[in-house]
Design a protein around this ligand. Structure first.
Ligand SMILES: Nc1ncnc2c1ncn2[C@@H]1O[C@H](COP(=O)(O)OP(=O)(O)OP(=O)(O)O)[C@@H](O)[C@H]1O
Ligand SMILES: [Mg+2]
Length: 221
């Protein structure tokens, strides 16, 4: 089953938020989900332990570059999807998390610095895939999107830089910003529609297994 690592060279583009969105939605549709929180800040695992209120999934904090790969492969045996949330700076644990992945998601927000970090993260992923002599798919995703000129500029730049990017985007919304302390995801409205579209696209490209009992039927709780 797929291992999906969420990575970025720069802090703060939305790795943990995307991990929370994907893990909770996939758990809500009946997939067995395991998350490895490979960030020393423990943002994902603390949230899972103390704040999250949705459908159950496994979340383990592991920052040792020596243990992450084996842990991911073990969790992969007993889950439908393993997600790895990495730290917002390049470290060896992050590189191992990228190398063990089948797929890497690189969030970015509008702006030259983020575009640059996405390019660098993608180059890093390609280098690691070559070193490991295996195929690792990489896609960027636009997060905190707002309908400004800057955003439109970033979309054009992404295309011209040849960065493979998901069609679905996640907007800048209070409902997403609140996840970190409310523990709940938007279940209706435009935010929920964006999450549905993202899950549908990830399922279509095979990054999320398509055997979920409740795929397209159950709203995330
Ligand atoms: N789509 C969004 N709309 C509104 N707020 C968002 C959105 N995505 C992320 N945020 C907020 O932006 C901040 C950074 O997001 P997040 O912690 O997910 O980034 P990160 O890449 O995991 O950061 P780090 O590199 O520090 O781990 C958080 O306060 C989060 O709530
Ligand atoms: Mg984070």
């Amino acid at each position: 089953m797929p291992i999906l690592t969420i990575a970025s060279f720069k802090g703060g583009p939305g790795k943990t938020t995307l991990c929370q969105i994907i893990a909770s939605h996939c758990a809500a549709i009946g997939l067995r989900i395991a998350v490895i929180d490979a960030d020393p800040t423990k943002a994902m695992s603390d949230w899972h332990k103390s704040t999250y209120e949705g459908a159950a999934f496994t979340c383990v904090h592991e920052i040792s570059e020596r243990r992450i790969a084996d842990l991911a492969l073990d969790l992969d045996q007993i889950n439908d999807l393993v997600l790895i949330d990495t730290a917002g700076f390049g470290n060896l644990a992050g590189a191992v998390a990228m190398t063990v992945a089948d797929n890497i998601l690189v969030p970015l927000t509008a702006g030259a610095a983020d575009l640059n970090q996405a390019e660098e993260t993608i180059k890093q992923a390609k280098g690691l895939a070559s070193a490991a002599r295996r195929q690792i798919e990489v896609r960027a995703i636009m997060n905190r999107l707002s309908r400004t000129n800057l955003t439109k500029h970033a979309e054009v730049e992404l295309r011209s830089a040849g960065i493979p990017t998901l069609t679905s985007t996640i907007s800048h919304r209070t409902a997403f910003g609140e996840i970190s302390y409310s523990g709940v995801l938007p279940t209706k409205g435009p935010g929920a529609d964006e999450v549905q579209a993202l899950i549908a696209e990830l399922t279509k490209i095979g990054w999320i297994p398509s055997n979920a009992p409740g795929l397209n039927q159950v709203e995330p709780s």
